[in-house]
Design a protein around this ligand. Structure first.
Ligand code: ADP
Length: 222
């Protein structure tokens, strides 16, 4: 399966990508997680992008295009991938197109998580993540088994620094300006499927299963 997930911050892309990745045994490539791991590990890339993420702006296309291309070239991505938070601009969408063309591959579907502003705000304010392994939680919707601790590795959960209200507002503006145009881009190409981001996790998983089936998505083993 080769799918991309897009929609506003807080639409639930990461949550659903994690579930689909386990179910289909294909890597979940989350652009934001990749960038945060560079920041955590104090790499050169991390130093460059830290302030950008804290302002809620997008990092330059060339930088994220290269990081994602490296992931897509790994053998594990031969079976397919779930791209979450990439592409996020028309320039990135073109770069992904070129990359796939070069490998003679096609996307199966671009899933647009249509989500209302109230839901987005509620989700972002309750979101927690694990600074050690990157797993995501929500204090009400997806609580960890032990309050404040990561189910996977036991580390203490924290809030993302870009989930502060003023940064959330900026991320929503950036989404409208730079990412919303992808709707039309993928519609024209015939890849677009709109799914209800407001639904609960199980309800939306059921919708996703039907959509993927309709698109004939299957494991792509080469
Ligand atoms: P969300 O979808 O909730 O905004 P992400 O974890 O996907 O969260 O992204 C967090 C931040 O990482 C973004 O606000 C942006 O600064 C940066 N980022 C993530 N993906 C991209 C991308 N494809 N292009 C540029 N910047 C990105």
């Amino acid at each position: 399966m080769r799918i991309i997930l897009f929609g506003p911050p807080g639409a639930g892309k990461g949550t659903h990508a994690q579930i689909l990745s386990r179910k289909w045994q294909v890597p979940h490539l989350a652009a934001g997680d990749l960038l945060r791991s560079h920041i955590r590990e104090l790499t050169e890339v991390g130093k460059k992008v830290k302030a950008i993420l804290e302002r809620g702006e997008l990092v330059p296309d060339v930088l994220i295009n290269e990081l994602i291309a490296v992931e897509l070239r790994k053998p594990v991505a031969r079976r397919g991938f779930i791209l979450d938070g990439y592409p996020r601009t028309l320039g990135q969408a073109d770069a992904l197109d070129e990359f796939l063309k070069g490998k003679n591959e096609n996307l199966d579907v671009a899933l647009y998580f249509k989500t209302s502003v109230d839901v987005v705000i509620d989700r972002l304010t309750g979101r927690r993540f694990c600074p050690e392994c990157g797993a995501n939680y929500h204090i009400r919707n997806i609580p960890p088994k032990v309050s404040g601790k990561c189910d996977r590795c036991g580390a203490s959960l924290v809030e993302r620094s870009d989930d502060r209200p003023e940064t959330v507002r900026r991320r929503l503006e950036v989404y409208e300006k730079d990412t919303a145009p992808l709707l039309n881009y993928y519609q024209v190409k015939g890849f677009l499927e709109e799914v209800p981001g407001d639904f609960d996790v199980d309800e939306l998983q059921a919708v996703l299963a039907k959509v993927l089936e309709r698109h004939g998505v299957r494991e792509s083993i080469r």
